[in-house]
Design a protein around this ligand. Structure first.
Ligand code: FE2
Length: 386
């Protein structure tokens, strides 16, 4: 069996790797970038850092600061027009997963036209677009190393999953120092997203020997550091480990797919505006418990790779330890319930079938070790409310 692995061409990893941005552009043959980012990056002074590096090397560039959290197909249009008109030769995506996902979509539409719904799964994006240099500022989505972007359809409120080798960033600059000023809520939500990527990739039906190694390494880096990075924001070792863990988890799921947690998470996000990592966190313990019978050995190994058990003498005990830890993480990091987040129960109940249909349509539940039918997903949504 052959596994086709897709990775960025260049990855600069470590403290001050941002300094290598100009030479990374040269390596890619790019000289006229457009920085794609958001207002928070502007306020934090991160955009100024990038501008200073480009100015030092007399590199002309454009700047688009209007990407939005959980981007949709209309939020990227102004940037698409700007990139086409000014004829930039690459994009620098600076920010969390939303900024990087936006940049991937902007590069695709500016290079090939059409609308994002043309490119959603099962379509495979193999078109070669403007190169994207991704600079993540959270340790979470792993978007800097994935061939995936998630853009909502503003007409139907569907979170569209778009995948394919054409969406892999050409380069990633992974400098954990950007995460030092992350608010603890965002560190928690994005961190649990990364842990979810590692676990879902490891138990995925599309997992392979390569993706397993990335997922194992990611679990080993993320599990002991997730709570630390939220409670000890100055813990550099934990921040560095978490950042690399998130990238490796991204590589793992990009080459093995995510599963039911992500499939059910996107509809919650789009209907109730729950941030992606947070809706994953709300689902993770319940969905993991449901999925255990589909891959009992691999879930037990997750408990071992996360450092929760040293050996797997007793699979059931390893499973229980894993579920308890996922609940403990949520409790410690103050993950709210759907009700505590402000979701209205009657609205949630009214959308159960719709959300379950959207979850199935994304294809992600089909990668889950235990594949649910529509009614099971509805029941799981109900269980998550309790
Ligand atoms: Fe995710």
């Amino acid at each position: 069996m052959v596994n086709s692995i897709v990775l960025p061409k260049i990855m600069q990893i470590g403290a001050n790797s941002l300094d290598l941005l100009p030479e990374t552009l040269v390596s890619l043959g790019c000289s006229f970038p457009c920085v794609i980012t958001d207002k928070t990056m502007l306020e934090l002074g991160y955009v100024a850092k990038v501008e200073a590096l480009l100015n030092q090397q007399n590199i002309n560039f454009g700047l688009f600061t209007d990407t939005m959290p959980e981007p949709n197909d209309t939020s990227i249009l102004a940037a698409v027009e700007m990139v086409k008109t000014k004829q930039y030769d690459c994009l620098i995506a600076l920010g969390g997963g939303s900024a990087i996902d936006s940049a991937k979509a902007i590069a695709l539409l500016a290079s090939h036209g059409g609308k994002m719904s043309d490119y959603k799964v099962p379509y495979q994006v193999t078109e070669i677009s403007l190169p994207v240099v991704a600079i993540p500022t959270t340790a979470g989505t792993g978007s800097e190393a994935t061939k995936v972007t998630v853009i909502s359809d503003s007409a139907t409120d569907e979170k569209m999953l778009c995948m394919g080798s054409g969406l892999i960033p050409a380069a990633a600059i992974i400098d954990y120092q950007f995460t030092l000023s992350l608010p603890s809520r965002i560190a928690a939500d994005t961190g649990i997203d990364a842990l979810t990527h590692a676990i879902e990739a490891y138990v995925s039906r599309k997992a392979n020997l390569f993706s397993d190694q990335q997922a194992i390494a990611a679990m080993k880096l993320i599990a002991p550091n997730l709570i630390k990075v939220c409670q000890q924001p100055d813990n550099l070792k934990a921040k560095e480990a978490m950042m690399l863990g998130a990238t490796l988890a991204g590589i793992a799921f990009s080459n093995a797919s995510v599963g039911l947690v992500h499939g059910m998470s996107r509809p919650i996000g789009v209907h109730f505006h729950v941030p992606h990592g947070l809706s994953n966190a709300m689902l993770l313990p319940t969905i993991t418990e449901y999925s255990l019978p589909g891959a009992p050995r691999k879930y037990a190994e997750c408990a071992m790779h996360m450092g929760l058990v040293t050996v797997i003498d007793d699979q059931t005990l390893a499973h229980q330890t894993l579920i308890n830890e996922l609940k403990h993480i949520n409790q410690t990091l103050n993950v709210p319930t759907l009700a505590e987040f402000g979701v209205v129960k009657t609205e949630y109940e009214g959308l159960l079938t719709n959300m379950a249909e959207q979850a199935l349509a994304s294809g992600s539940p089909g990668n889950n070790p235990k594949i649910p039918v529509l009614n099971e997903i509805i029941e799981l949504y109900k269980k998550v409310w309790l």
